[in-house]
Unconditional design. Structure first.
Length: 151
């Protein structure tokens, strides 16, 4: 593991991401969340970093994990799903912790319904990756690694 990255990178997934590969495959693709996790683990192993990959449909659980990540992670990648557009609680959790947070989405939220164009959390994040399908996950891990190495 890099000297700068001594703790795992949390990869947190919000509501309905457990249905990847089943739900709206035209928008989200055919890979399951388990497939995505396996790809992320393989990628992270190749970069000599560890990840902690999780999913919950519950906003409070995601907030709890953010708070756990405060001392237990080097950085956080979050695909907050629909909570992206509604959750001040997640935004406050991100603002209240030290590790950098990167927002991630499988679909291009800016090319979808107008209510998806606003992210409640992005202003508290170091950046946003969206619209690249599940390929965005390893790209987000690489982006987080690169960010952490510059800090």
């Amino acid at each position: 593991m890099s000297a700068a990255i001594t703790k795992p990178i949390f990869v947190l997934n919000g509501p309905n991401l457990n249905l990847l590969g089943q739900r709206e495959t035209g928008t989200y693709g055919s890979k399951t969340l388990s497939d995505v996790e396996a790809e992320c683990r393989t990628f992270a192993d190749g970069q000599s970093v560890s990840i902690d990959f999780r999913q919950s449909n519950h906003e409070g659980v995601l907030v709890d994990w953010m708070q756990e990540a405060h001392s237990g992670s080097s950085g956080i990648i979050i695909n907050a799903g629909a909570y992206t557009h509604t959750s001040i609680a997640l935004r406050d959790a991100i603002s209240g912790i030290d590790p950098p947070v990167l927002e991630l989405h499988v679909s291009n939220i800016h090319a979808r319904e107008s209510f998806r164009h606003t992210s409640m959390i992005v202003s508290a994040c170091i950046g946003q990756i969206c619209g690249l399908g599940t390929n965005g996950y390893p790209l987000a891990i690489q982006a987080m690694i690169d960010y952490l190495k510059t800090q």
